[in-house]
Design a protein around this ligand. Structure first.
Ligand SMILES: Nc1nc2c(c(=O)[nH]1)N[C@H]1C(S)=C(S)[C@@H](COP(=O)(O)OP(=O)(O)OC[C@H]3O[C@@H](n4cnc5c(=O)[nH]c(N)nc54)[C@H](O)[C@@H]3O)O[C@H]1N2
Ligand SMILES: Nc1nc2c(c(=O)[nH]1)N[C@H]1C(S)=C(S)[C@@H](COP(=O)(O)OP(=O)(O)OC[C@H]3O[C@@H](n4cnc5c(=O)[nH]c(N)nc54)[C@H](O)[C@@H]3O)O[C@H]1N2
Ligand code: SF4
Ligand SMILES: [Mo]
Length: 744
């Protein structure tokens, strides 16, 4: 299907029903379009799945579409300026330069990084990987190492598939143990779609359910919780292991599930026997009695779930923390039971399809680290570019990402990008990570494209399908990523997906469309969407048809939530949940044997993170409709810590670590626990003006300049993004904001 916006009534004003693709909440939206301009975006109250949810980011989505600095045509760097060029020139130049590099240095010389928004397009990643497969490069980097890798590692080890993610069954839950998540702001999403999740949890609370929030910061979610546990940053693993220990020591486990559904109960018991409750309580700095009460209440609740998210994963022991969250759900019988965590099969068998994709195996030259979930760690990227030798990355494509800001030690990555022979950025505007780009390629916004997110249909908390319809036409020279990768593959004569003949097929359909003047004959990802539906699995006994999508622009709930799919979906050899995978047990023993955490000399604080309701990681925070003050981020300090250092609210302070330093305003509060500074990530990313000559704009500071890329969690390869050690001092003299740590 090409764009077939659903139009409500005749005339110049159209109404298109689609869904927001900024975050996984996937809120249904009603878009009012006048003459190819979006004039209003409202919540789609007729969306049967997500009608309760919507936020200002979705409401203002057209601001990015109409960004005054939007890249409208391919832009080529000439000296220190950019000039607009045509697509033919862009594709010919990029492909010639890549082909020449590969001829001398081999395929791994071409690297790619994709960021979070790439996953919200139905075709972007498929074609990015298809292109990289054709080239044969293993220099693949992704957002996972600064986001959800811990979950992939745990899901692979316990359930046999990196994408077998259990979803929250909120409306039957009586006890929510929320660890390292602030759903009041981030909309209950991290690899699951639970529209209105926080609102629904609060509704359960009004009916008697308990909400426990584990977070070193008293967040908006903690304010409304029944209990707030201010854990020491990075030590959730110790808290969760202690909870598991109390449950097993006191015989509170779900006997039947532990006997019939799991493998590894003996190893788990041996592990907890080796741990001491007082030692664990001291590590996470949570009173022993509170741990015991929490474990008993959790085990006794009728419906209960542990939810672990980025507050758990972005640390050096994040994978163990993530694992123990799953263990707690499994041993108390929460998997696939009302109020716990279900497996939603979705209308396509994503687990099977993911199993078919070939994932390259590779170890990085410099660190020797293998890939996790098909990609290397961002912590490795700067070294792989900067270190000479065969296999060195000399060309990079950044697809929908801002790794200098979202990853650790941005200054080192920025320096490395400057050394590249070729840097290509595919985005709407030129941000911090793109500043050394040789080519800026204009992308298409979700309001400008159709998406069927079939491969994440198993992440919705009820069986649901909606076609993400295009609302407006993109600027004439903007192109969807799939087309850029297909054109590059054709120009480089590298077979897409490594399959000979595919390039020729795409070329032939395009030629036929030109000849017959029927654009619909040219290949487009809509063909894949149709294929997904044609080969979809039955949901609630019913097979989906394409016309169901067309006739239901608000989306279609495909029947009630079902229980009972979890065990059949397991992809482990014995069809059991692997409760105690060897590498996780070994890593936990290592953590137990290590001394208790102490801050290094000179860096007595830990740097926590929070998100802003109106930002999406490093983007949307420059938009005046979302951030009217344009003020940027401030560092939140505990009032006792501030008093001890003589810092007052509004003072300028310098926050520094072994790798960087930033200067910004302090905000004094009793919300963070002592020893914690909280600085939201995503800020301090400049937006450049490649079409004009206006100065770069930026708000706030990039707190990830303070994060050492090493060490990493050995299992997820995630650095200590939310527990790095820092120092803070009051600035002696008032100075204008600086971008001190980048070489400007
Ligand atoms: N300290 C700390 N660091 C963190 C986190 C944290 O909590 N603390 N969170 C981490 C997490 S969870 C994430 S997901 C990452 C995010 O890391 P990234 O994904 O690398 O960064 P984003 O800020 O999401 O930048 C996305 C870029 O994609 C562009 N874009 C948006 N839509 C599209 C599109 O459709 N096509 C194209 N081509 N471009 C598009 C935007 O303009 C923007 O430049 O950051 C991580 N970093
Ligand atoms: N408004 C908004 N919504 C978003 C995003 C956004 O940028 N803005 N990003 C989206 C993305 S990409 C993602 S991945 C999700 C993330 O969703 P969440 O993981 O819920 O993200 P946060 O809101 O950052 O909540 C993480 C919480 O962990 C806490 N924390 C930090 N360190 C620790 C620790 O050691 N232990 C514990 N227990 N807690 C800790 C922080 O204080 C913070 O409150 O949100 C999505 N939704
Ligand atoms: S950004 Fe806001 S409107 Fe868009 S999907 Fe997420 S919560 Fe919904
Ligand atoms: Mo994320």
């Amino acid at each position: 299907m090409t764009a077939s916006p659903v139009v409500d009534g005749p005339g110049a004003t159209d109404r298109v029903y689609t869904f927001c693709r900024y975050c996984l909440a996937a809120c249904g939206v009603e878009v009012t379009v006048e003459g190819n301009r979006v004039t209003k975006i409202a919540a789609d109250k007729q969306n049967p799945h997500s009608w309760q949810d919507f936020c200002a980011k979705g409401r203002n989505a057209q601001q990015l579409v109409e960004h005054p600095r939007r890249i409208l045509a391919p832009m080529k760097r000439v000296g220190d300026r950019y000039v607009a060029a045509g697509w033919d020139e862009a594709i010919a130049d990029i492909s010639a330069r890549l082909t020449a590099l590969i001829a001398t240095d081999g395929p791994d010389t071409v690297g790619a990084y994709y960021g979070n928004p790439a996953g919200f397009s139905s075709s972007n990643l498929i074609f990015l990987n298809g292109w990289l497969d054709g080239i044969g490069t293993r220099s693949r980097y992704a957002v996972g190492s600064v986001d959800q890798n811990a979950l992939h590692v745990v899901a692979e080890a316990m359930y046999g598939s990196a994408i077998m993610v259990p979803v929250s069954d909120i409306d039957a839950c009586d006890y929510f143990l929320l660890v390292g998540t602030n759903p009041a702001v981030s909309a209950w999403n991290w690899v699951e779609t639970v529209p209105g999740g926080w609102r629904r949890a609060l509704q359960r609370q009004r009916g008697g359910a308990k909400i426990v929030v584990v977070d070193p910061l008293r967040t908006e979610s903690a304010d409304l919780a029944d209990t707030h546990i201010a854990v020491r940053p990075g030590q959730d693993w110790a808290l969760l292991l202690a909870l598991v220990k109390v449950i097993l020591d006191e015989g509170l486990e779900h006997r039947q599930d532990c006997a019939e559904r799991v493998n590894g109960m003996g190893e788990l018991r041996a592990l907890v026997a080796a741990a001491d409750l007082d030692d664990l309580a001291a590590r996470c700095d949570v009173p022993r009695a509170l741990i015991q009460d929490t474990a008993r209440d959790f085990a006794a609740a009728r419906g209960a779930m542990v939810v672990t998210r980025t507050g758990v994963s972005l640390h050096l022991a994040g994978t163990v923390g993530e694992w123990l969250g799953h263990v707690l759900n499994v041993i108390t019988g929460r998997m696939d039971r009302p109020g716990g965590r279900r497996f939603e099969p979705g209308y396509v068998d994503a687990l099977r399809l993911a199993g078919l994709a070939k994932t390259p195996e590779h170890r990085n030259r410099v660190s020797g680290r293998p890939m996790v979930a098909g990609a290397h760690s961002l912590s490795d990227l700067a070294n792989e570019i900067a270190t000479p030798g065969r296999g060195r990355i000399r060309a990079m494509v950044i697809d929908a990402g801002n790794p200098v800001v979202s990853g650790p030690d941005g200054a080192a990555l920025d320096r490395a990008f400057q050394q590249l022979d070729l840097l290509v950025a595919i985005d709407f505007v030129q941000r911090e990570s793109h500043r050394h780009a040789h080519w800026l390629l204009p992308a298409v916004h979700w309001l400008e494209r159709d998406d069927l997110l079939a491969l994440t249909s198993n992440m919705h908390d009820e069986p649901f399908v909606q076609y993400g319809a295009q609302a407006v036409q993109p600027p004439p020279e903007a192109r969807p990523e799939w087309r850029i990768f297909a054109d590059l593959a054709i120009a480089m004569r590298t077979p897409l997906f490594g399959v000979r003949g595919l390039n020729g097929f795409l070329k032939a359909t395009a030629a036929l469309a030109r000849l017959t003047r029927r654009p619909g004959l040219a290949f487009s990802p809509a063909w894949l969407d149709r294929l997904m539906i044609a080969t979809s699995r039955k949901v609630n006994g019913r097979r989906l048809r394409w016309r169901d999508l067309v006739r239901n622009p608000h989306g279609l709930v495909l029947g009630p939530r079902e229980y009972g799919h979890f065990t059949t979906a397991l992809r482990t050899a014995d069809k059991l949940i692997q409760l105690a995978p060897a590498e996780l047990v070994a890593r936990t023993r290592e953590l137990l044997a290590a001394p208790h955490p102490v801050a290094p000399r000179g860096y007595p604080f830990q740097l926590g993170n929070r998100r802003h309701r109106h930002s999406m990681n490093s983007y949307l925070n420059e938009l005046p409709g979302l951030h009217p003050g344009g003020r940027g981020n401030r560092v939140l300090m505990n009032s006792d810590d501030a008093a001890a250092l003589g810092v007052a609210d509004g003072d300028r302070v310098s926050v520094f670590s072994a790798v960087g330093e930033v200067e910004l305003e302090a905000e004094i509060s009793d919300r963070p626990r002592r020893g914690l500074l909280v600085l939201d990530h995503g800020w301090g990313s400049r937006v450049f003006d490649p079409r004009g000559s206006e100065p770069a704009q930026s708000h706030g500071v990039n707190r990830n300049l303070l994060i050492d890329a090493n060490p990493v969690d050995p299992l997820s390869q995630t650095p200590a993004l939310s527990s790095g050690y820092v120092g803070v001092r009051r600035c002696a003299v008032e100075r204008a904001p600086t971008l001190a740590s980048y070489e400007v």
